[in-house]
Structures are given as structure tokens and as C-alpha cells.
Design a binder for this molecule. Structure first.
Ligand code: NAG
Ligand code: NAG
Length: 442
């Protein structure tokens, strides 16, 4: 039982926190997202191959993470298992943590919730990162999260378990499908965005034992549907992003809160599908109802069940920022690939060097001359007609043009290539909207 004094303190803290957040987000926050590969000097072929490799790792991670999958813990002082999450995301965000603000780069992930950074508290195991490590002792705004906090409860694998009185802080262990993991304590800090907007009391993982890597960045910012994600903690009801074209190195804007302005009346909207839950946990993913796919004007014979969440909580179709190439459940991919190849009518070519499975030899190597059918994804209440550059990947050096989608067993994911040049608005009350846009100008 909490004493009256500590209950009052909690209320005061919550009040202070909400005041701080509402000040920062009265006009919302604009953040620039950088593609993880824009920092390297990669050729077009390398960029495609890296994106395909990353997409494969990502979708395997997303799949592994189903709501019930868990990893065994190696860290000490923590309960036995932790839920596995997706990783290998594609977009990076610059922000600063603490007081004075220390700049860090983190992976932005719509497929998981926790915000975390490598932490010198001291660090027992940290992977190399280009920026200095964040050290709680050097920050005036660091605070430990109590084991009894609702935020700590949100981390627990077994929601019925409770912290023992002996435990003072909130230890966590978070593991991702690609083998990356972080282990430390949950704490709160001030985060400052590039625009200067500061938000206080944001819970994050101060990771003192981290394995794997996060694409040369210092940690991760979760944007999923659970209580620990940045959007949930900010209490914003909407966010939007607009990815610049795959071959364009311009940063992509992300808007949090009121600045995620309403789209035009031409925008299409579809409701999010309910998140599957099981074992007391709810999935972090953003599920959509995909009802069918058309090639030119022909609706493909795909059983819509392929895209639905199964009664056991598996499968389904999600929208994701961390996967580049849309992954379709293999039964759907095969039907699409067959219809697509029949329309294109060119000899098939190997796409093994790119990591893509449906490729065509362009006549005289002129990939831009490859004539492809129109492609429409039919969501519940909204047709998404894709422009050519959102599903045709051209490798000019080998004269090969490919369908920029991959096959996956178990579930389907709408990737960022298919969302490029589209302003995508997540209304967290339950609706996804999208419209074509010049993302570099928003
Ligand atoms: C947070 O908890 C750790 C370990 O329990 C302790 O060493 C540290 O002093 C605490 N920091 C603050 C600011 O309370
Ligand atoms: C990390 O940075 C180094 C040096 O800039 C670069 O060689 C390497 O490819 C980068 N790794 C990733 C995963 O981006």
C-alpha cells in the first residue's frame, strides 16, 4: 500500500509532467528523419542490396516478436524472460538527452515501444557508437523510475508479477529479433528535439549492458502503440511522416502532435485493425485491414484471410517505417508475382545480387523502359494506388528491374518504399490517412 504522502507526490509528479508536455506540444514537434544509409557512400546497387538485407532481417524480427514470444534472460536481478521486439529499423532521428542536453542519434521504430540509449552508469557492455555515451551522473534531470510505477508495470512480461520490496529501481531487459538487446534500469529524462522543443519526464531505458548494434546510433526511440512509446508518453493523439524518395538523400519530416496537420480532403483513410493481445500483453504494431491487391484492373485471387490476424494472434498486415520493401505473406506474394510477371512479359533475371526475388532483364539494359502494370492495395475504405517508383526498383548497372517487394511467411508488412512521397498520418484514436505529397517541401 502506498502511503498518502507518496500518493500525493505521484500526483504532483504526474501534474508537473503533463504541464511540461503540453507546453512543448502546443504547436507540436517537427523532427527530421535520416535514412540509415545516407551517411555512407553507397552505389545504387549497394543501397538496394542493403535495403533488401535490412528488410529481410526486419521482417524476421517482426515475425519473431509475436505477442507471446520471449527470450531467456542472461542479466542478473531480473525476472526470467523478456518479450522479443523487432529491430533493424531504417530511419534515424537526432535528439538530445539530459540537462545539459547531450546530442544522440537513435533509430526510430514504429514496431516497438521502449525508448533507450546506451548509458554510462557505468556501462558494463556498450557497442561502439560515434557520439559520447550519455552519463546519468552528468545530468541534472535524470531520475530513477520506481519499481511500483505504472511505467515499470508496462515492461513486465508477466503482468501478474510484482516487484519485491527489496528492489528499488525498475530493471528491464529488452531484446530484438535481430539479436540486439539492452539491459539496464528504467529512468526518466528530458528529451530535446532539433526544433528546440523539450519534453520532461520521459521514461527511457538506461542501458548498461547492450549487445548487437543500432546502425551506428546510440539507441532507439519506440513509436509503437504501447504505453512506453514516445507518442504514448507525449500523450499526442496523432503523428505523421512523409518519406522522401528512396534515391533522394533529403531528410524526411516527422510531425508529432498538433503539427501533424490534417491532410487535404483528397486524402484516403482506413481504420487500424484491433491489436491482437494474449498473455496480458498487446502487440505494439499498427495493424491495417488489407482486403485485396489489384494488378492493372484485375483483383488478384488472394484469400483475404491471408492478411488477417489469426485467432491465435499471429499473422495480419501492419504498416511499418522500419521495413523498406513491403513483405507479403508468401501465398499472396506468389499470386502477385505470377500476375505481375505475366503482364510485364520480359525474360526473368536473377535478383540475387540485390536480395529481391522477382526481377526482369530490361531490353537493352534500359530499366526505365520496362513497362509495368498498375498496382493498387485495397484497404478497408481506402485504395492505395502506388506510383511506379514505389514498387519498381531499377539496378541500372546490371540492367535489371525488380518488383520492390519480398515474400514472407506468417505476416505482411507495408514498407517505406511503398510509402515514399506520401504523407502518412497516424490518428491514434484509430485511423490511418495518406495522400501523395512532396515530402522534402513539408
Ligand atoms: C538510481 O538508482 C541507482 C541504483 O539503484 C543508484 O545508484 C543511483 O544513485 C540512483 N540515481 C538517482 C538520481 O536517484
Ligand atoms: C558505421 O560507420 C562506419 C564509419 O562511418 C561505417 O564504415 C559503417 O559502415 C557504419 N555502419 C553502419 C551499420 O551503418
Amino acid at each position: 500500500m502506498a502511503s498518502a504522502g507518496s500518493t500525493l507526490l505521484l500526483w504532483l509528479l504526474l501534474l508537473l509532467q503533463s504541464v511540461a508536455i503540453s507546453t512543448a506540444s502546443s504547436r507540436g514537434i517537427r523532427v527530421e528523419l535520416k535514412h540509415a544509409d545516407t551517411r555512407g557512400d553507397f552505389t545504387g546497387t549497394e543501397r538496394i542490396r542493403r535495403a533488401a538485407e535490412r528488410s529481410h532481417r526486419r521482417v524476421n524480427g517482426l515475425l519473431d516478436t509475436g505477442i507471446s514470444s520471449t527470450a531467456t534472460l542472461k542479466g542478473d536481478g531480473i525476472e526470467g524472460t523478456a518479450t522479443v521486439h523487432a529491430s533493424t529499423a531504417t530511419y534515424l532521428v537526432d535528439l538530445a538527452i539530459g540537462t545539459p542536453p547531450l546530442p544522440i542519434t537513435a533509430v526510430l521504430d514504429t514496431g516497438s515501444d521502449l525508448i533507450w540509449t546506451q548509458c554510462d552508469a557505468p556501462c558494463r557492455k556498450c557497442f561502439p557508437q560515434p557520439a559520447p555515451l550519455y552519463a546519468p551522473a552528468g545530468s541534472a534531470t535524470y531520475a530513477n523510475v520506481s519499481c511500483r510505477s505504472p511505467l515499470c508495470d508496462a515492461l513486465r512480461v508477466d503482468p501478474s508479477s510484482h516487484c519485491s520490496a527489496a528492489e528499488r529501481g525498475c530493471p528491464y531487459y529488452f531484446s530484438y529479433g535481430d539479436g540486439t538487446s539492452t539491459n539496464g534500469v528504467l529512468a526518466t529524462e528530458t528529451l530535446t528535439f532539433e526544433s528546440g522543443a523539450a519534453v520532461h519526464g520521459i521514461a527511457f531505458g538506461c542501458g548498461t549492458e547492450n549487445h548487437g548494434s543500432t546502425d551506428n546510433s546510440s539507441g532507439l526511440v519506440g513509436m509503437g502503440r504501447g504505453p512506453l512509446s514516445l507518442v504514448s508518453q507525449l500523450g499526442v493523439t496523432r503523428f505523421s511522416y512523409c518519406f522522401t524518395p528512396f534515391n533522394d538523400k533529403t531528410a524526411s519530416p516527422l510531425f508529432l502532435g498538433p503539427s501533424a496537420a490534417a491532410l487535404s480532403t483528397a486524402a484516403k483513410s482506413t481504420p487500424f485493425a484491433p491489436n491482437p493481445s494474449g498473455g496480458g500483453r498487446t502487440s505494439s504494431y499498427y495493424y491495417l485491414n488489407l482486403e485485396g491487391i489489384s494488378v492493372d484492373d484485375t483483383l488478384l485471387p488472394i484469400d483475404p484471410v491471408v492478411f488477417q490476424v489469426s485467432p491465435m494472434g499471429g499473422g495480419g498486415f501492419i504498416i511499418d517505417s522500419g521495413t523498406t520493401f513491403t513483405a507479403l505473406e508468401e501465398r499472396a506474394f506468389l499470386v502477385l508475382a505470377r500476375a505481375f510477371a505475366a503482364r510485364v512479359g520480359l525474360p526473368l533475371a536473377s535478383g540475387a545480387h540485390l536480395g529481391l526475388s522477382l526481377c526482369f532483364a530490361a531490353p537493352e539494359g534500359r530499366t526505365e523502359a520496362v513497362d509495368v502494370p498498375r498496382l493498387v492495395f485495397h484497404f478497408d475504405g481506402a485504395d492505395m494506388a502506388l506510383p511506379r517508383e514505389s514498387y519498381v526498383v531499377e539496378d541500372r548497372s546490371t540492367g535489371v528491374a525488380c518488383l520492390g517487394m519480398v515474400s514472407m511467411r506468417g505476416m505482411s508488412v507495408l514498407g517505406s518504399l511503398q510509402q515514399q512521397s506520401m504523407h502518412v498520418l497516424y490518428d491514434l484514436e484509430g485511423i490511418l490517412s495518406f495522400e501523395h505529397a512532396k515530402c522534402g517541401e513539408l
